[in-house]
Design a binder for this molecule. Structure first.
Ligand code: ATP
Ligand code: MG
Length: 157
């Protein structure tokens, strides 16, 4: 069955640390329409938090800029989260995604586990980046919600 978009929300905010919590709360609120489980909401918040923190801390490390977050809900319950920045970009995405790889200075509390965490909390993760142009993180999380097993899903959102 081809999935259809049933709802969409776009936000754009300056790369300030305090906006990480705002983005996480917006994504969680958007996901609520699907009556998610506590575990699903935790996954949404964690994945968004890691991606947005990366844009703020690494993408815009030495510059100002904006982060764009687009949320889409599909008819089959898939939540798609797209987080984009126009910051520094990543030289080697494969290397950056390896557990414990970090370019952050030792005095900062970065353990190089953000992408690993995103991977474990999502059903799909795709990272595109170009040095000097920015980074684009696309994630999908399947929201199955609280319907009991073997119940036909007749929800339209
Ligand atoms: N949006 C981004 N812009 C530029 N570089 C990025 C971006 N996201 C990730 N990176 C690069 O990829 C590396 C790995 O990211 P990852 O989130 O896995 O770890 P971290 O942010 O260094 O540490 P942690 O997430 O554990 O705090 C970063 O150190 C940084 O070099
Ligand atoms: Mg990180």
């Amino acid at each position: 069955m081809k999935k259809e978009i049933v709802n969409e929300l776009k936000t754009r905010f300056p790369a300030l640390s305090r906006n990480e919590g705002t983005a996480r709360a917006i994504a969680a609120a958007f996901a609520m329409q699907r009556d998610p489980t506590v575990k699903e909401i935790a996954a949404v918040k964690t994945a968004v938090s890691e991606a947005v923190t990366n844009s703020i801390d690494h993408g815009y490390r030495d510059r100002e800029g904006f982060v764009e977050m687009t949320l889409r809900l599909f008819s089959d319950g898939t939540l798609a989260v797209h987080i984009k920045d126009k910051g520094a970009g990543i030289e080697n995405v494969g290397e950056a995604m390896r557990p414990t790889f970090t370019t952050a200075p030792a005095e900062e509390e970065h353990s190089g586990l953000g992408f690993t965490i995103m991977e474990s909390f999502t059903d799909k993760l795709r990272v595109r980046s170009a040095v000097g142009r920015g980074t684009d993180v696309y994630m999908e999380i399947k929201l199955k919600g609280k319907l009991p097993p073997d119940t036909e899903d007749t929800r339209d959102a």
